[in-house]
Design a protein around this ligand. Sequence first.
Ligand code: SF4
Ligand code: MG
Length: 322
Amino acid sequence: KKPILEVKNLQKYFPVKSPLGRTKGQVKAVNDVSFELFEGETFGLVGESGCGKSTTGRSILRLIEPTGGKVLFNNQDILGISSNQLRKIRSEMQMVFQDPNNSLNPKKRIGQILEETLLIHNIGTKQERTDIVLDILKKVGLNEDRYYHYPHEFSGGQRQRIGLARALIVNPKIIICDESVSALDVSVQSQILNLLKKLQAEYKVTYLFIAHDISVVRHISDRVGVMYLGKMVEEGPTEQLISAPKHPYTKALLSSVPIAKPGMKKERIILEGEIPSPLNPPLGCNFHTRCPYAEEICRTKVPERTEVSPRHFTACHLVNEL
Ligand code: SF4
Ligand code: MG
């Protein structure tokens, strides 16, 4: 299978200025992140808030400009292309946010908002656009008469349906969902997750699903990547990563959530201290300040990404010993 998207050594650094405007250093929000998306799959990206998940998603879409690396969409590096070329690719890659409400004009009816998205991408005649909107409303489980309603008349879960409708309406290849169900009640969460799966089967769309909660990510992802302090520390097929995590950080993350599995032995790992500041992060393995297994080499040498079993990668010096 060929990847539809390849992210290679992606970096996003933010300069940090002192009150007098002198540059104090840089926050390495995304620090050499590499992974691939395969057509029709869901890749889940997890990690605590501030680990660089959202920045990774936004950098891929160039909603913010990455500092370095490559983002190959169908073999074309989209970091190098002009804003004109980028506009065409924008319809191929869409984003759904935590609360789409922030980007829905409160004075406009939902039907009109969705039609404007089509208009931006030069899709259809007036009549065709109306038909497309009515159709997509149905597809995301909203009644046709919702066409005339205003954003504030929808619940949180319904607004996520609208966010999805607005992303899907231009027929994208990839949708990046950034904490798209995180603000919802558990029962509404599972409705939206089921809807995402249904639409994926129907539209053959590929998801990059970003969330801090690994038990949510697990339900929808074929593969999972775990980020810590701007780095991807582990990546693998979902069930394998969850039942046999390799990286101490993944183990700690999993030991803090109730994921019941018969026959799965689970040691509780409590991490000491806070996540260090991404401004001047720890040298070597940047997890060494909190890792219960850290050794001398961890303080000086950055661990390389190694394949521990087919398509299961981790970056830890002690991968063969733990
Ligand atoms: Fe822990 Fe060292 Fe592995 Fe980093 S490289 S996760 S500090 S054992
Ligand atoms: Mg975020």
